[in-house]
Design a protein around this ligand. Structure first.
Ligand code: BGC
Length: 893
């Protein structure tokens, strides 16, 4: 995802000034506090960002006032965007309500030649609310956005049944996060919704609650203050409810760190929590965060209720008040483990954490190479905590309800192919609600020693069950799903031994339901050894926890490195292309009518045309049209269609307003395949409305470490949950005739130096964790495209690794869509090597001959075969044609 600052003219004016169009009203969106520029620097959060036209003398500084008061400002020089200087002015601390207006003064800045800037005065207005009226009919997409927001909120703690609250209570709400309530992640997963119902709107427009503004107004100015005694006394007289909201931003380009205010709570936040829990008989914490932050505080202060609201999209505030007043019974479950402390996660030892001596490392800052050794191996998430009996704040799959469900197994049976479990779920409580049944297996197997204590094999969710109502759910788990990768034999094998099956409320609270004996190992698949690490990896083992617990000695900045250490042995694949001839010139509409003509269509292409089609035809990134990420080049003379691709995990990431769904981690928390499919469908329907042909989603890398900036954009720490959700999402998306894209293949697990970050992973962990989720997603639904990751794995960039792309993705997993790079991967990797490895589309490319000339030269000097290009073109063309065909016929792709 780009920020758009790449194209700002610079240095062309005599006098430095702020680049502002005087005719345009300057506005600020109070629901978009992180904005796009958070991707450049976290300090831009809550800022109005304006570029200067010249290089500014930053040391000298200048004056920035908001409403006559000196305000926080911040200047960033963007070296990689041609030296643009940007001024960020903190407006968030002044603009917390719709339509509010402030007056800004910018003066006394100098350019680097010593010229003084003319004074500038202007108004900034908070955008209006646009909230729908109660009578307004919600579209199908909006109904899905609301449902998924409701089903994505996890109730973590509910002591003394503090929740739900009576619906006409007065709420004392504490914390600055109340005024900077987050509804989305930053970067590719960002939303641009037509309206946003934030928490405040939720209270005032979608509930009967009243707000004690004397308390909440205290937090408008960015400080976690403790109210004075007088105010507290009054607040307590009004109501015994104290709600604290904590928030954390997260998104593309930067990882989070363990700094206070990021993973850890600030001292002020801790004091506030303690204060509220000490003073109010009903204390509730709302975690408006994108990743699991520190939870050790729950041991110190006794908060009665904890809600993980995540980033809930355009209906976040409405869904939250519906949960608070009990109109909706919470039914979400944690798709990750919430540990007490960061250091509890074994992956914490091998993750670039920018604290102490570690400099902050954005995606493209500095030219540093980073190694990340996956020493925790297969023990990711609950696989570690359960196997090594480590206690956690809230286990994987955890989530409370306002009602009580009974889960009763009525049948357990198995044959050579499947294990089937039937469960009767009854609502025995006092309110209507939905229940999740989780199915787990414990493998007591004989030959393969390293195996997690427990693994999720399926999950099902009931419909809304009325009090006393019951529903029967049934799962059929294929026996071969129990296979593990035997590294020595390079085989997926269902090992001999006992398999114990459980149903669970969460990974810790499980009940044995039956067992299956496998007397002889069953070989499911024998594969080639591929992507083997180029160096020895220390690996966590059950046999020796202390000796093998990750130490992180080899991870971090690889000092002095100018690249990755290449994998020694590497397989290459050659390509053939059987030219098909046709008596008559074939045009694009002909193949849309008859897809079998695709081969003959591509056979007509000359070298220039082949080179053109494998390069995405965008000038810049998000700079054209509706601000899309890219477009397939419209080849002359073939009656080619317009073909636009855009980001869109949770909403179409373009300049035009559209839908805003919760971030993927909250979608996943619904534990509902059906709802996730609807979410994909909602995205597809919106894409159709905005004439976008392919959406670059779902993103579903494994949540290996809570600090990964993109965690909220991904589904889970568990490959089964992650892959299943991605599959259903994409099925829904493609049911609308819009193409989908599985990304980022594979192991895009950190943003720090993401294009120069090498993951070093055992073959076993690769196949049982990091490729597994893609394998599962592909088994649920085959998308039209796959995007490679920025990072390298075991000595080869994922974008240019033939073993990964051909050996695994094409040959083993049978993928027939087209493969594309992540955007501007080629700033670090020679794109000719990328194409030669079987990657089909270079993005964002360009719409002139910058790239195509090089492709032609590479074919001429033998670095790239023409067959390779023809194959790539065919993959692109046939999938584009399929999408256009279904777009025109209104059918699923
Ligand atoms: C992100 C991708 C995204 C692409 C296009 C990249 O920076 O990593 O997820 O699809 O930009 O915007």
């Amino acid at each position: 995802m780009s920020t758009g600052f790449e194209n700002i003219p610079n240095g062309k004016n005599d006098k430095p000034f702020l680049l502002m169009d005087p005719t345009v009203k300057v506005t600020y969106d109070i629901n978009n506090i992180d904005g796009m520029y958070y991707m450049l620097d976290k300090r831009f959060q809550g800022c109005l960002v304006l570029p200067f036209s010249k290089a500014i003398d930053v040391k000298k500084g200048g004056t920035v006032q908001v409403n006559g008061n000196d305000a926080y400002y911040f200047i960033k020089s963007l070296a990689n965007a041609g030296g643009v200087f940007m001024l960020g002015i903190d407006v968030m601390s002044y603009l917390t309500d719709y339509d509010q207006k402030v007056d800004i003064l910018v003066a006394d800045f100098y350019d680097t030649d010593g010229n003084k800037m003319e004074e500038k005065r202007f108004d900034v207005t908070a955008e209006s609310s646009n909230l729908p009226t109660q009578e307004q009919q919600l579209s199908e997409q909006e109904q899905t956005a609301l449902k998924s927001a409701e089903e994505g909120i996890v109730l973590l703690k509910n002591d003394n049944q503090v929740l739900p609250l009576k619906d006409d209570e007065i709420l004392n709400v504490f914390g600055t996060a109340f005024h900077k309530f987050r509804t989305s992640t930053v970067g590719a997963g960002k939303i641009n919704p037509r309206f946003t119902i934030n928490f405040k709107d939720g209270i005032s427009n979608y509930s009967n609650f009243a707000l004690n503004t004397q308390i909440s107004d205290l937090y408008k100015f960015g400080k976690e203050l403790l109210p004075d005694q007088g105010l507290v006394k009054k607040a307590k007289e009004l109501s015994d409810i104290g709600i604290v909201v904590l928030s954390r931003a997260s998104g593309e380009n930067f990882d989070n760190s363990t700094r206070k205010g990021e993973y850890y709570l600030t001292d002020d936040e801790k004091n506030l929590l303690k204060f509220v829990s000490d003073n109010f008989t009903k204390s509730i914490l709302i975690l408006n965060v994108g990743y699991p932050i520190d939870m050790s505080f729950i041991k110190q202060c006794n908060i009665d209720g904890i809600i993980y609201s995540g980033y809930g999209g355009m209906f976040a505030g409405q869904a939250l008040v519906e949960i608070l007043d009990g109109r909706v019974t919470p039914s979400a479950r944690l798709p990750f483990t919430w540990a007490f402390d960061y250091t509890d996660y074994p992956a914490s030892k091998n993750f670039y954490n920018s604290v102490g001596k570690n400099i902050p490392l954005g995606a493209d800052d500095n030219h540093l190479w980073v190694n990340t050794h996956y020493e925790e191996d297969i023990y990711v998430g609950y696989r570690y905590f359960q196997t090594f009996n480590k206690s956690v704040a809230f286990p994987f799959g955890y989530g409370l309800s306002y009602t009580a469900f009974e889960q009763k197994v009525t049948e357990f049976k198995h044959d050579e192919k499947d294990i089937s479990v039937t469960v009767k779920v009854k609502n025995n409580g006092l309110s209507d609600g939905k229940e999740v049944v989780q199915f787990y297996v414990k493998k007591q197997i004989e030959n393969i020693k390293e195996v997690p204590a427990i693994e999720l094999v399926d999950f099902l969710k009931t419909d809304l069950l009325k009090v006393g109502e019951e529903q029967v759910l049934q799962t059929d788990v294929p026996l071969k799903q129990l296979a593990v990768f035997d590294e020595k034999k390079s085989q997926y094998v269902v090992d001999s031994g006992k398999y114990l099956f459980y149903i669970g409320k969460n990974v810790e609270q499980c009940q044995l339901v039956g067992e299956v004996d496998v007397t002889k190992p069953i070989i499911v698949k024998t594969v080639e050894h591929l992507m083997q690490p180029n160096q020895k990896i220390e690996r966590l083992s059950k046999n020796d926890l202390e000796g093998t617990y990750p130490k992180g000695l080899k991870s971090g900045i690889n000092k002095g490195a100018t690249g990755i250490e290449p994998r020694g042995k590497r397989k290459n694949y050659s390509f053939k292309f059987d030219k098909a001839s046709s008596a008559k010139r074939i045009l694009f509409p002909d193949i849309v009518k008859d897809l079998t003509k695709s081969q003959a269509f591509v056979s007509q292409f000359n070298l220039e045309e082949l080179a053109r089609i494998v390069i995405c035809g965008s000038h810049g990134w998000g700079m054209e049209g509706i601000g899309e990420a890219g477009r397939v080049y419209k080849l002359d003379g073939y009656d080619f269609p317009k073909f636009i691709v855009s980001d869109g995990n949770s909403g179409i990431n373009i300049n035009e307003k559209n839908i805003g769904l919760p971030s993927s981690v909250s979608i996943s928390a619904s534990f509902s395949k059906a709802l996730t499919e609807k979410v994909g469908r909602a995205i597809g329907l919106e894409a159709r409305k905005h004439d976008v042909q392919l959406i670059l989603a779902p993103a579903f890398n494994i949540q290996r470490n809570p600090l990964n900036g993109r965690n909220p954009e991904y589904f889970s720490e568990d490959p089964f949950l992650s892959g299943t959700m991605a599959g259903y999402y994409c099925k829904g998306l493609e049911s609308t005739g819009v193409g989908g894209c599985y990304k980022h293949f594979i192991a895009n697990n950190a943003e720090a130096a993401r294009k120069r970050n090498q993951s070093i992973i055992s073959e076993r962990a690769l196949r049982d964790i990091y490729i597994k989720n893609f394998e599962i997603a592909l088994s649920v639904h085959q998308p039209k495209s796959v995007m490679t990751a920025y990072n390298s794995v075991n000595g080869v960039e994922t974008s240019a690794d033939p073993e990964l792309l051909i050996g695994i993705l094409r040959k083993e997993l049978g993928f027939d869509g087209f493969i594309m790079t992540d955007w501007s991967t080629d700033s670090e990797v020679d794109f000719i090597r990328i194409l030669a490895a079987g990657n089909n589309w270079i993005t964002p490319g360009s719409n002139d001959s910058t790239y195509t000339d090089k492709v032609i030269a590479a074919v001429k000097d033998g670095r790239l075969s023409i067959e390779m290009l023809q194959n790539s073109a065919l993959y692109i063309i046939k999938n584009v044609a399929k999408i256009i065909k279904s777009e025109r016929s209104n059918e699923a792709v």
